[in-house]
Design a protein around this ligand. Structure first.
Ligand code: MSP
Length: 517
């Protein structure tokens, strides 16, 4: 039986419309999920929406809708965006679903039964926008006296009865987890940040609220709803069927990778494993954190009017082009800036020119000079015999899947793409040196061998690029004569049959030309 792989995205707050930042996290997780499927894993990939809490309740009120109607609309919009980004999720989790309410009540009961919850009184700072509690020392005071969290979110003093989770007792266990599982938090800079936060000591965490009602009721505690982060984090086990441990998806727990933004690493790498350990459940294997996108150097904000809508971007540039740009332009863990100019340059230089032209040039020569029949490598000792240059090209292409696999294991999306482009650049060098168009007149056998080396290289390239650009690579593999059931990584070991007729080639990546007004 194939190995299992469970990957998640954060579930998105439904207080506002989706934008490119949300799409980015989902596309990154999608590339991982698709790559693992290609590599023979049994994959479970979950995304969805985070629908409870004060922030969502306030947004519903501002929209003049009851919370359920409001979250139904926005969740549907997120689901539409997710589908339009080509995200291949296996489930769509909504925290207002009945299955999730059952799961949260049971998680709470287990943590309580193990003695980790007590009733108290919360008094302190809370930032609704972050749905997070802050220490006075973490806040700054504005000229008008208002307090703001490090994220820029305004904080208010709250005082209410609350249940507490004994987080302070989990410091040693958490540090031991980070120590014994060095891959638990990625990248290293975040790991260090989380470790020093935990070393600094942890306070017990308020995990219920009584000042509003839009949340999951605490079992046997009228008036209390669960803290939205306890509710939200638990979506990852709900999706596996918790608490039904006979559910088909239960064997997927613990998750292999939680993909999360750098702003929410603390919730995932500190609170979440502590909750799970307290409930007696296994902890996830890895929490990997992505950096943020800004637009032309500026943070996206409604007031600046520079919020990039993912579907809009796709309408302008094409889905695979946008997916490629997002994965290529910046390292996953780092922040990056997007601009139209940067997108157009990636499309025209790397997709249209480097890859598109290489495939078009190679396939057009086969169409023209070989009657569209895939040439065999010349077997004999004549002029068509493989050369050192061919062997070099083959070796580079053969090493590619392993290199891509290694990078993606560490969410090195942009390094993986750099490896692919090294091969593409090598192939462009090879075609220029070998000049198969000239060989057509002088040495047909040699031309056939060269074109076949190019097709085999392009096949390796298109196979590993499928997770990044599924539609375009499917079209490229069609043109290369690769059967639909021969597109897994393992299939690269089986050569394409000689003598098959290839379909007429057509360009896969058009250049982007600014529309004239
Ligand atoms: N609801 C919580 C997550 C709960 S998970 C149990 C939440 N939602 S969010 O909608 O505010 O953010 C979801 C994700 O989008 C986060 O990982 C966040 O980092 C990411 N991004 C939001 N804006 C972003 C950019 N501008 N750039 C990149 N990612 C960004 O937090």
């Amino acid at each position: 039986m194939s190995q299992r792989f469970y990957i998640t995205t954060p579930i998105y707050y439904v207080n506002g419309a989706p934008h490119i930042g949300h799409a980015y996290t989902s596309i990154a997780a999608d590339v991982m999920a698709r790559f693992k499927r290609l590599d023979g894993y049994d994959v479970f990939f979950v995304t969805g929406t985070d629908e409870h809490g004060q922030k969502v309740e306030q947004a519903a009120r501002a929209a003049g809708l009851d919370p359920q109607t409001f979250v139904d609309q926005i969740s549907a919009d997120f689901q539409d965006m997710t589908a339009k980004m080509g995200v291949s999720n296996d489930d769509w989790m909504r925290t207002t679903e009945a299955r999730h309410k059952v799961s949260c009540a049971e998680l709470w009961r287990r943590i309580a039964a193990n003695g980790h919850i007590y009733l108290g009184h919360y008094e302190g700072w809370y930032a609704v926008r972050d749905e997070a509690f802050y220490d006075e020392s973490e806040l700054t005071t504005r000229a008008d006296g208002t307090k703001v969290a490090p994220s820029g979110a305004p904080a208010a003093w709250v005082r209410e009865p609350s249940y507490f989770f004994d987080l302070s007792k989990w410091q040693d266990k958490l540090l031991e987890l980070y120590e014994t599982h060095p891959d638990f938090i990625a990248p290293t800079s975040r790991r260090n940040e989380v470790t020093s936060f935990v070393r600094g000591g942890l306070r017990d965490l308020s995990i219920s609220r009584t000042s509003f009602t839009w949340g999951i009721p605490v079992p046997d505690a009228p008036g209390h709803v669960m803290y939205v982060w306890l509710d939200a984090l638990n979506n990852y086990v709900t999706a596996c069927g918790f608490p039904d441990e006979t559910a088909a998806r239960w064997p997927f727990w613990p998750a292999d990778v939680h993909v999360v933004g750098k702003d929410i690493i603390r919730f995932h790498a500190v609170y979440w494993p502590a909750f799970l350990m307290a409930a007696g459940l296994p902890v996830p294997k890895r929490v990997t954190s992505n950096g943020w996108w800004v637009v032309e150097g500026e943070k996206m904000s409604k007031s600046l009017g520079n919020v990039v809508e993912a579907r809009q971007l796709v309408a302008t540039y094409g889905l695979d082009q946008v997916r490629y740009f997002l994965m290529r332009e910046k390292a996953f863990g780092a922040d990056g800036s997007m601009s139209d100019q940067a997108i157009v340059s990636r499309i025209n230089v790397e997709l249209a020119n480097d890859l598109g032209n290489l495939s078009q040039r190679s396939l057009a020569l086969i169409a023209r000079n070989c009657d569209g029949v895939l040439p065999a490598r010349h077997p004999g000792t004549g002029t068509g015999t493989p050369s050192e240059d061919d062997a070099g090209m083959d070796a580079v292409a053969a090493a590619l899947p392993g290199l891509v696999r290694d990078h993606l294991e560490r969410q090195g999306f942009h390094d993986a793409l750099e490896e692919v482009w090294k091969v593409i650049r090598a192939a462009n060098g090879y075609i220029d040196r070998q000049a198969p168009w000239a060989l057509n007149r002088t040495d047909k056998a040699r031309m056939g061998t060269v074109l076949r080396v190019l097709v085999d290289t392009l096949r390796a390239v298109a196979t590993v690029l499928q997770p990044f650009m599924p539609d375009s690579m499917s079209r490229m593999l069609d043109q290369l004569g690769v059967a639909a059931d021969q597109r897994q990584l393992a299939a690269l070991a089986v050569p394409l049959p000689d003598g098959i007729t290839l379909p007429a080639p057509h360009g896969v990546f058009p250049r982007y030309v600014e529309p004239t007004a």
